[in-house]
Design a protein around this ligand. Sequence first.
Ligand code: 1GP
Length: 237
Amino acid sequence: MKAIYQNILSAKSQHKKLVAILLDPDKLDLEQAKELVLKINQSPATHIFVGGSSFNGNHLCDLIRILKRNTQLPILLFPGNSKQISAEADGILFLQLLSGRNPDYLIEHQVDSVPVLEKTALEIISTGYILIESGGETAVERVSKTKPLDRNNHDYVSQTAKAGELIGNKLIYLEAGSGAKNAVPLEMISNVAKRISIPLIVGGGIRSKKAIDDAFNAGADMVVIGTAFENDINFFD
Ligand code: 1GP
């Protein structure tokens, strides 16, 4: 069994930065999966996230089996709903949408997923998920029917992240949304990183190596790359 969270904590304490590649099963057919994961093995990626806002769970187990046969990297579910849970993965980001005020995404889906989770050996990592306004409506906003937080209100965002830590979240995920026009502002990453002591994940709209480095330098412990790798499998070359 992979001690995923412990490894994230020790990477943080050693200032070792982490990169997750997000695969959206909706946009991926099983034939492509092997080629993709071999490419991921040659990249700086340290984790693979699997999930999407509206995916219905179809072929999820098959996809993860292919990934696992071809990589040693930990595979974490990043679910948009409780249908996106597969016992084949190594762990799950157990998300709470802290930026929204929709009880379904604060507690309802979590309650619904318990019977499924209880039948798995997944490492469950409580994650405070904070959606930041990014210049257009994102899938998370549409699906969760919640508004993102104001990208200029740094204090409220860092206060929200700290509340997540105090509630007991083990990770904070600052999200601009997949394919976001504007990524999370660097100053906001820095303010949140200073205010919390748990690891900070940043994703959404990051589409260059410089943007990855900038997010790390601002204080992100892990950066998530989805669309940029989806559009160009050679992104990390
Ligand atoms: C989305 O943060 C991830 O949840 C990744 O976003 O697709 O814009 O890289 P991108």
